[in-house]
Design a protein. Sequence first.
Length: 282
Amino acid sequence: MSPAPPPSSGKRSEAGVASATPAAASTSEAAVAQAPHRPLALVTGATSGVGLAVCLDLARDHDLILIARSAENLDALATALTAEAGARVRSVPLDLTDDNAVSAAVARLDLDGLDVIVHSAGVESAGALEDLPPEQWRRVLDLNVVAPAHLTRLLLAPLRRAQGLVVLINSGGGMRVWPGQTVYCASKHALRAFADGLREEERGRVRVTTIYPGRVDTPMQRRLHGKNASMVEGAADGGAGRPYRAADHMTAESVAASVRLAVDMPLDAVVEDLSVRPGQML
Ligand SMILES: NC(=O)c1ccc[n+]([C@@H]2O[C@H](COP(=O)([O-])OP(=O)(O)OC[C@H]3O[C@@H](n4cnc5c(N)ncnc54)[C@H](OP(=O)(O)O)[C@@H]3O)[C@@H](O)[C@H]2O)c1
């Protein structure tokens, strides 16, 4: 990671972020003494793929709250972000499908303001409809739709106080449907509806951005490809049947760059919907 440049978004709330580990605490205290004010961002799915790239980018000029299930991965990331970028970081190990645990964790955060929330945690689902039991529908909808809706609702007050931004990492599957990916696409269509409704209900108070990435080179995409090469996202674009090649995908850093675009918009404007796809033609 590169050293932290001055904040670019010119925002807003007091962070009130505690350090994740003792090692991070001492580094963080020293950094806090001299650091300019940083806006506060919460990122779900922080430890892998898109969410990880977003954290690495935002840590240049934001303090961070990181959410994923693995405490070990979160603490390693928190330590690195504090040491290398001077960010104050709190890691929150949490299963986002556990409604009560999410409510308790948000209460413990006790946030005054929250400038940015990036919902990246999500799960893939591949398989023909005739093979999919209701449990699989519920598992996917729970994490991809209900979890971001529940978490956003709980954080609306600090988001409003900071004139905050909600970023939802959707998918090309939020606009189209591929055979063998109906459950995933249904979840992303629902996430799109949630974002559109939230944007209109909160217009003038909270800004809402949906990012629609095409194929991204992440552990999720590699898992999907392994399960069924004919059912990977974008198969209809000609990617089906090929062995996995990272070069056929965008990097997670490119998706993070699209999040950055939304985060850095002046407060008089909002990036509402942004579709980003691999530039490489197959
Ligand atoms: N990869 C693509 O091609 C692609 C394309 C378009 C859109 N997207 C979307 O981009 C987002 C990120 O995907 P990705 O490829 O970066 O996925 P990924 O590499 O599999 O990372 C998923 C992240 O979510 C966390 N997570 C998973 N289940 C969780 C749960 N129940 N509670 C809390 N955290 C959980 C994981 O950490 P733990 O396992 O420790 O919890 C991990 O940090 C998803 O919403 C996905 O739909 C991806």
